[in-house]
Design a protein around this ligand. Structure first.
Ligand code: SF4
Ligand code: SF4
Ligand code: FES
Length: 212
């Protein structure tokens, strides 16, 4: 058993467990987008889940930290909040905020983080980096919204977990990066339409299953 302190609160847990996961389980909210409990090593791309760990030089992404006994963690420091706000603004500048017509509305991690970090979802201060197309057909059965996608990788990793090899990939570079399918429809027993786990796991509903 390991005992750690997070913001002065003593927590008992298993050594080696993922710090972000332990914090969330104990109702200590840390902004995050790309974390998946089962994914080892973590994708660790969103750079939102920063915390300070005593003895470490600067803030570290909590999803990359394994718990060790005696660890002292702070989640709410000036530097941590500054990094999180910068990361969130970066995501929002490449995001078309249309909450009223968005299927993620009210279950959306961007909304939750914006509220928590007191960052406006829409702001003139953000330098917009939107892509040309708002909608693409990803497969006959999926619609993909590039300007909603936060490139968290959850769809890719989930597809890999389900199929053994991801049928999805990131295509393009920098601000042009999108999610794309490898080639045509996979010749598999379970079709994408029957599976649709990529759409189910997307935190911002950037992949939608087209029904009917
Ligand atoms: S993903 Fe979230 S922030 Fe973006 S439009 Fe949908 S509800 Fe709004
Ligand atoms: S489509 Fe959704 S799950 Fe996939 S990378 Fe974009 S936001 Fe993440
Ligand atoms: S949740 Fe840790 S880097 Fe994304």
């Amino acid at each position: 058993m390991a005992i750690i302190t997070v913001d002065g609160l003593s927590i008992e847990t298993e050594p080696g467990r993922n710090l972000l996961s332990v914090c969330l389980e104990n109702d200590i909210y840390i902004p995050h987008l790309c974390f998946m409990e089962w994914l080892d090593p973590p994708h660790a791309s969103c750079r939102l889940c920063y915390v300070e760990v005593e003895g470490k030089a600067g803030p570290v992404p909590s999803c990359t930290v394994s718990v060790a006994s005696g660890m002292a963690v702070k989640t709410d420091t000036v530097e941590v909040r500054s990094l999180q706000r910068t990361a969130l603004k970066f995501f929002l500048s490449a995001h078309k905020v249309e909450c009223k017509v968005c299927p993620a509305n009210r279950q959306c991690p961007l909304q939750e983080m914006a509220k928590f970090l007191k960052v406006p979802l829409k702001s003139k201060d953000l330098n917009p980096r939107l892509k040309e197309k708002d909608l693409e057909a990803l497969q006959p059965c999926f619609e993909y919204y590039p300007n909603r996608c936060v490139l968290c990788g959850k769809c890719l990793h989930t597809c890999e977990r389900v199929k053994g090899q991801s049928l999805l990939t990131f295509a393009g570079r920098g601000i042009d990066m999108t999610v794309s399918f490898y080639g045509g429809l996979p010749n598999e027993e379970i079709s994408c339409e029957e599976c649709a786990e990529c759409a189910a796991v997307c935190p911002v509903k950037a992949i939608l299953l087209v029904t009917g």
